[in-house]
Design a protein around this ligand. Structure first.
Ligand SMILES: [Cu+2]
Length: 131
């Protein structure tokens, strides 16, 4: 590759990156919100609302492709636990079952695709497990 074609390729790559970032911006209009920021230690049900911040309306039928739960808020990022998605109890509300093995601060990380949007919604939500 000549120097010119290399710099052209680099420019194209950077431009592509900028476009990807710009395309992601519209998914910033969506946000996951925990219904409760506390849960009992043990087997817990976590309800999360997905809202369109422009209208405050719930967003149904999002596809959650990534979910992770860990104790990052208590400096235990490596302490993860089991989490599974359950059927939605109502449109725009997403329900999970998680094993909260320890009392303290937990972080729920979610990645989702919203119908009709090209980017992904990624949020990290913090809550507390109580004894
Ligand atoms: Cu822990």
């Amino acid at each position: 590759m000549s120097k010119t074609s290399f710099s052209r390729a680099l420019t194209a790559a950077l431009l592509g990156l900028a476009l990807t970032t710009a395309a992601k911006a519209d998914t910033k209009d969506y946000e996951f919100q925990l219904v409760k920021d506390e849960a009992k230690q043990g087997e817990a049900i976590l309800d999360v609302r997905l809202v369109d911040k422009r209208t405050s309306k719930p967003v149904p039928n999002a596809v959650i492709f990534a979910k992770r739960i860990d104790m990052a808020p208590d400096s235990m990022e490596e302490m993860t636990s089991k989490i599974e998605q359950l059927p939605s109890p109502e449109p725009g509300l997403y329900r999970f079952k998680a094993k909260l093995t320890m009392a303290g601060g937990w972080r729920l990380s979610l990645g989702a695709k919203v119908q009709g949007e090209s980017g992904t919604v990624e949020n990290k939500l913090v809550f507390k497990a109580t004894k």
